[in-house]
Write a protein that binds this ligand. Structure first.
Ligand code: DP6
Length: 320
């Protein structure tokens, strides 16, 4: 009655922002992401009839905040009549700071919980269950370049290119390590309700997805760079124009963007993307990773750097 799974976060190049069904957590738009390799969340789930309530530790410390969302995910995977669970999560990168910790957490939790409950779900079902907990988590079930599509009243994830077939490097510039002020779930709803740009975002997404898919199929880095930066800035524009406005960037975030522009001016293969947080993810060709890392490290306000390749999808470590 226990399972341990490991999952890597993913970074969206064409973003998920907005929901078409809040209750079932269905995204308003499709998205394309890359799954990372070096960052990970490990989840251990043990179902125990002797427990009265679910208990959670995060990095060995008791944690109540995340528990309701994790319990709801366990109910969906193992059934509401399941025994209560002991959940232990360990994560080797900052949590809730715009580094997609919810994606790796819920992907790992879904796989571990299915194993603990003795359910043999296929990847499509696991992705759908993970997505109900957190939209981006569905994409962490697969490795490399992953597309999440809206299909009927569900989602479907598929691999566009394996990690080894286009081995890009991601340099994450951490500009602040605390948790973010507004979580993405709430920020998406504020955007949908109040941003004058939200409907054009939804309308244009299919075109951005087509462009990115074509760039990935032909390994066209310049084309992918242009559409990913455009899509990212469009997503942040929605938030800036919302009421209240939501600005996740700080001064160092902006300076990192300038560093990326300078590197591009020197002919380096690199582009930026930013999620609901102040960190800048610089996606680059492996031969330029050292230069990108050095330039971002030297950028004022950058407190840490993490460099990673692309990795595999979530998987089970053990079951018993
Ligand atoms: C900016 O998946 O965290 O990272 O479904 O409400 O849990 P919920 O949202 P979440 O949102 C991710 C938003 C994003 C873009 C992306 O990963 O596609």
């Amino acid at each position: 009655m226990q399972g341990t799974a490991i999952a890597q976060p993913n970074i969206a190049l064409i973003k998920y922002w907005g929901k078409r069904d809040i209750d079932r957590n269905l995204p308003a738009v499709g998205s394309i992401s890359i799954t990372l390799r070096e960052l990970h969340t490990r989840m251990h789930v043990e179902l125990d009839e002797a427990l009265d309530a679910d208990v959670l530790t995060v990095n060995d410390e008791p944690d109540e905040n995340m528990l309701p969302r994790l319990s709801a995910c366990l109910d969906r995977v193992a059934g509401a009549g399941r025994p209560r669970a002991r959940i232990a999560s360990t994560c080797n990168f900052p949590i809730a700071a715009g580094l997609a910790s919810s994606a790796s957490s819920f992907a790992a939790l879904t796989v571990a919980a299915a194993a603990a409950a003795g359910k043999s779900f296929d990847v499509a079902r696991l992705a759908s269950l993970a997505g109900q907990a957190s939209g981006s988590a569905a994409r962490s079930l697969l490795g490399g370049f992953v597309e999440l599509e809206n299909v009927g009243d569900d989602i479907a994830c598929r691999s566009l290119c394996d990690a080894g077939d286009w081995p890009l490097t991601v340099v994450v510039a951490i500009t602040e390590s605390g948790p973010k002020a507004v979580g993405s779930t709430e920020a998406m709803e504020i955007s949908r309700r109040t941003s004058p740009f939200y409907s054009s975002w939804v309308d244009q997404q299919a075109e951005d997805l087509d462009t990115a898919r074509a760039a990935i199929a032909t390994r066209d880095f310049e084309k992918l760079a242009a559409i990913a930066e455009h899509n990212c800035l469009k997503m942040h524009s929605i938030m800036w124009a919302s009421r209240p406005p939501m600005v996740y960037w700080n001064a160092a975030t902006m300076r990192c963007l300038q560093t990326v522009r300078q590197l591009q001016g020197q002919g380096k293969g690199v582009f930026f993307t930013i999620d609901a947080g102040p960190q800048v993810k610089a996606v680059c060709l492996p031969e330029h990773a050292a230069a990108v890392e050095a330039a971002l490290r030297a950028t004022a306000g950058v407190v840490d750097i993490m460099t990673t390749g692309l990795g595999e999808g979530a998987h089970l470590e053990n079951q018993g």
